[in-house]
Ligand binder design. Sequence first.
Ligand code: GDP
Ligand code: MG
Length: 182
Amino acid sequence: MDMSTKGRALLKVIVLGDSGVGKTSLMNQYVYKKFSQQYKATIGADFVTKELQVDDKLVTLQIWDTAGQERFQSLGAAFYRGADCCVLVYDVNVLRSFETLNNWHEEFLKQADPIDPDAFPFILLGNKIDVDGGNSRVVSQKKAMDWCVSKGNIPYFETSAKEDYNVDEAFLCVAKTALATE
Ligand code: GDP
Ligand code: MG
Protein backbone atom coordinates (compact mmCIF):
# COMPACT_ATOMS: atom_id res chain seq x y z
CA MET A 1 0.00 0.00 0.00
CA ASP A 2 1.11 3.54 -0.75
CA MET A 3 0.41 6.22 1.83
CA SER A 4 1.00 9.55 0.16
CA THR A 5 -0.38 11.69 2.95
CA LYS A 6 -1.94 10.89 6.27
CA GLY A 7 -5.58 9.90 5.91
CA ARG A 8 -5.17 8.67 2.34
CA ALA A 9 -4.46 5.24 1.02
CA LEU A 10 -4.04 3.55 -2.34
CA LEU A 11 -4.91 -0.11 -2.21
CA LYS A 12 -4.18 -2.60 -4.95
CA VAL A 13 -6.91 -5.21 -5.29
CA ILE A 14 -6.66 -8.32 -7.46
CA VAL A 15 -9.83 -10.06 -8.66
CA LEU A 16 -9.43 -13.77 -9.47
CA GLY A 17 -11.68 -16.66 -10.41
CA ASP A 18 -12.69 -18.80 -13.35
CA SER A 19 -13.64 -17.23 -16.64
CA GLY A 20 -17.35 -16.34 -16.78
CA VAL A 21 -18.05 -16.09 -13.04
CA GLY A 22 -18.68 -12.33 -13.32
CA LYS A 23 -15.42 -10.65 -12.26
CA THR A 24 -15.61 -7.91 -14.89
CA SER A 25 -19.34 -7.45 -14.30
CA LEU A 26 -18.85 -6.99 -10.55
CA MET A 27 -16.18 -4.35 -11.18
CA ASN A 28 -18.32 -2.57 -13.76
CA GLN A 29 -21.28 -2.56 -11.42
CA TYR A 30 -19.19 -1.28 -8.54
CA VAL A 31 -17.25 1.41 -10.41
CA TYR A 32 -19.64 2.47 -13.21
CA LYS A 33 -23.02 1.20 -11.93
CA LYS A 34 -23.49 -0.65 -15.21
CA PHE A 35 -24.34 -4.22 -16.12
CA SER A 36 -24.23 -5.89 -19.52
CA GLN A 37 -25.73 -9.25 -20.36
CA GLN A 38 -23.32 -9.63 -23.24
CA TYR A 39 -20.25 -11.67 -22.70
CA LYS A 40 -17.19 -9.70 -23.72
CA ALA A 41 -13.63 -10.73 -23.14
CA THR A 42 -12.04 -8.05 -21.01
CA ILE A 43 -9.96 -5.64 -23.03
CA GLY A 44 -8.19 -2.38 -22.42
CA ALA A 45 -7.08 -1.08 -19.04
CA ASP A 46 -5.40 -3.39 -16.58
CA PHE A 47 -7.21 -1.77 -13.71
CA VAL A 48 -9.98 0.61 -12.76
CA THR A 49 -9.99 2.92 -9.76
CA LYS A 50 -12.68 3.90 -7.30
CA GLU A 51 -12.49 6.29 -4.39
CA LEU A 52 -14.36 5.68 -1.20
CA GLN A 53 -14.44 6.97 2.33
CA VAL A 54 -13.63 4.51 5.11
CA ASP A 55 -14.08 6.16 8.50
CA ASP A 56 -11.78 9.22 8.37
CA LYS A 57 -9.72 7.92 5.48
CA LEU A 58 -10.02 8.56 1.77
CA VAL A 59 -9.24 5.28 0.06
CA THR A 60 -8.51 4.69 -3.61
CA LEU A 61 -9.08 1.13 -4.68
CA GLN A 62 -7.05 0.14 -7.72
CA ILE A 63 -8.91 -2.94 -8.92
CA TRP A 64 -7.09 -5.25 -11.32
CA ASP A 65 -9.08 -7.44 -13.68
CA THR A 66 -7.83 -10.30 -15.80
CA ALA A 67 -8.07 -9.88 -19.55
CA GLY A 68 -9.21 -13.42 -20.21
CA GLN A 69 -5.83 -14.84 -19.24
CA GLU A 70 -7.52 -16.63 -16.34
CA ARG A 71 -8.03 -19.52 -18.75
CA PHE A 72 -4.29 -20.02 -18.91
CA GLN A 73 -3.36 -18.91 -15.41
CA SER A 74 -0.33 -16.98 -16.59
CA LEU A 75 -1.00 -13.51 -15.33
CA GLY A 76 2.57 -12.51 -14.71
CA ALA A 77 4.36 -11.10 -11.69
CA ALA A 78 3.47 -7.43 -12.35
CA PHE A 79 -0.18 -8.31 -11.98
CA TYR A 80 0.26 -9.65 -8.45
CA ARG A 81 3.05 -7.41 -7.22
CA GLY A 82 2.20 -5.23 -4.21
CA ALA A 83 -1.36 -6.49 -3.85
CA ASP A 84 -3.16 -5.42 -0.66
CA CYS A 85 -6.20 -7.68 -1.03
CA CYS A 86 -7.30 -10.57 -3.24
CA VAL A 87 -10.96 -10.96 -4.18
CA LEU A 88 -11.85 -14.52 -5.17
CA VAL A 89 -15.04 -14.96 -7.19
CA TYR A 90 -17.06 -18.07 -8.05
CA ASP A 91 -20.49 -18.62 -9.60
CA VAL A 92 -22.94 -20.23 -7.12
CA ASN A 93 -24.50 -22.06 -10.10
CA VAL A 94 -21.27 -23.65 -11.36
CA LEU A 95 -19.67 -26.25 -9.09
CA ARG A 96 -16.40 -26.27 -10.99
CA SER A 97 -15.88 -22.54 -10.31
CA PHE A 98 -16.13 -23.28 -6.58
CA GLU A 99 -13.78 -26.26 -6.76
CA THR A 100 -11.07 -24.24 -8.49
CA LEU A 101 -11.00 -21.69 -5.63
CA ASN A 102 -8.26 -23.74 -3.98
CA ASN A 103 -6.11 -23.32 -7.09
CA TRP A 104 -6.71 -19.57 -7.27
CA HIS A 105 -5.96 -19.15 -3.58
CA GLU A 106 -2.77 -21.17 -3.91
CA GLU A 107 -1.75 -19.48 -7.15
CA PHE A 108 -2.19 -16.04 -5.62
CA LEU A 109 -0.04 -16.84 -2.59
CA LYS A 110 2.62 -18.39 -4.78
CA GLN A 111 2.80 -15.44 -7.20
CA ALA A 112 2.22 -12.52 -4.82
CA ASP A 113 4.42 -14.12 -2.16
CA PRO A 114 3.19 -11.93 0.73
CA ILE A 115 5.35 -11.58 3.86
CA ASP A 116 2.73 -13.26 6.04
CA PRO A 117 0.59 -15.57 3.86
CA ASP A 118 -1.63 -16.59 6.79
CA ALA A 119 -2.57 -12.97 7.49
CA PHE A 120 -3.03 -11.86 3.88
CA PRO A 121 -6.55 -10.45 3.27
CA PHE A 122 -8.75 -12.46 0.92
CA ILE A 123 -12.48 -11.96 0.34
CA LEU A 124 -14.77 -14.55 -1.29
CA LEU A 125 -17.71 -13.57 -3.48
CA GLY A 126 -20.37 -16.09 -4.51
CA ASN A 127 -21.83 -14.34 -7.55
CA LYS A 128 -24.95 -14.70 -9.75
CA ILE A 129 -27.31 -15.49 -6.89
CA ASP A 130 -30.14 -13.94 -8.97
CA VAL A 131 -30.06 -16.68 -11.63
CA ASP A 132 -33.33 -18.60 -11.89
CA GLY A 133 -34.50 -17.14 -8.60
CA GLY A 134 -31.81 -19.19 -6.84
CA ASN A 135 -33.17 -22.50 -8.15
CA SER A 136 -30.12 -23.35 -10.19
CA ARG A 137 -27.61 -22.83 -7.44
CA VAL A 138 -25.38 -25.82 -6.70
CA VAL A 139 -23.09 -24.44 -3.98
CA SER A 140 -24.80 -23.77 -0.65
CA GLN A 141 -23.97 -20.83 1.56
CA LYS A 142 -22.86 -23.30 4.23
CA LYS A 143 -20.42 -25.01 1.89
CA ALA A 144 -18.90 -21.67 0.89
CA MET A 145 -18.65 -20.50 4.48
CA ASP A 146 -16.98 -23.76 5.53
CA TRP A 147 -14.37 -23.19 2.83
CA CYS A 148 -13.79 -19.66 4.14
CA VAL A 149 -13.30 -20.97 7.68
CA SER A 150 -10.83 -23.58 6.40
CA LYS A 151 -8.73 -20.78 4.87
CA GLY A 152 -8.55 -18.78 8.09
CA ASN A 153 -11.91 -16.99 8.25
CA ILE A 154 -12.12 -15.25 4.91
CA PRO A 155 -15.11 -12.86 4.76
CA TYR A 156 -17.86 -14.12 2.44
CA PHE A 157 -20.48 -12.22 0.41
CA GLU A 158 -23.19 -13.49 -1.88
CA THR A 159 -23.58 -11.08 -4.76
CA SER A 160 -25.40 -10.28 -7.97
CA ALA A 161 -23.59 -8.00 -10.38
CA LYS A 162 -26.77 -7.99 -12.44
CA GLU A 163 -29.06 -6.75 -9.68
CA ASP A 164 -26.38 -4.78 -7.85
CA TYR A 165 -26.86 -6.88 -4.74
CA ASN A 166 -24.15 -6.70 -2.04
CA VAL A 167 -21.59 -5.26 -4.47
CA ASP A 168 -20.87 -2.01 -2.56
CA GLU A 169 -20.88 -3.94 0.73
CA ALA A 170 -18.34 -6.44 -0.60
CA PHE A 171 -15.91 -3.80 -1.85
CA LEU A 172 -16.27 -1.77 1.35
CA CYS A 173 -15.19 -4.92 3.19
CA VAL A 174 -12.27 -5.23 0.76
CA ALA A 175 -11.11 -1.72 1.67
CA LYS A 176 -11.60 -2.25 5.42
CA THR A 177 -9.86 -5.62 5.45
CA ALA A 178 -6.90 -4.33 3.46
CA LEU A 179 -6.57 -1.28 5.72
CA ALA A 180 -6.77 -3.40 8.87
CA THR A 181 -3.77 -5.53 7.88
CA GLU A 182 -1.64 -2.58 6.83
P1 GDP B 1 -15.62 -12.83 -16.08
O1 GDP B 1 -15.11 -13.70 -17.19
O2 GDP B 1 -15.40 -13.47 -14.75
O3 GDP B 1 -15.07 -11.43 -16.14
O4 GDP B 1 -17.20 -12.74 -16.25
P2 GDP B 1 -18.09 -11.57 -16.91
O5 GDP B 1 -18.19 -10.41 -15.98
O6 GDP B 1 -17.62 -11.29 -18.28
O7 GDP B 1 -19.53 -12.25 -16.92
C1 GDP B 1 -19.79 -13.43 -17.65
C2 GDP B 1 -21.26 -13.50 -18.03
O8 GDP B 1 -22.05 -13.61 -16.85
C3 GDP B 1 -21.78 -12.23 -18.74
O9 GDP B 1 -22.72 -12.64 -19.70
C4 GDP B 1 -22.45 -11.46 -17.65
O10 GDP B 1 -23.48 -10.64 -18.15
C5 GDP B 1 -23.00 -12.56 -16.76
N1 GDP B 1 -23.09 -12.17 -15.32
C6 GDP B 1 -22.11 -11.64 -14.55
N2 GDP B 1 -22.54 -11.43 -13.30
C7 GDP B 1 -23.84 -11.84 -13.27
C8 GDP B 1 -24.84 -11.88 -12.25
O11 GDP B 1 -24.64 -11.50 -11.08
N3 GDP B 1 -26.06 -12.40 -12.59
C9 GDP B 1 -26.32 -12.84 -13.86
N4 GDP B 1 -27.54 -13.32 -14.11
N5 GDP B 1 -25.41 -12.81 -14.86
C10 GDP B 1 -24.18 -12.32 -14.56
MG1 MG C 1 -13.63 -10.62 -17.42
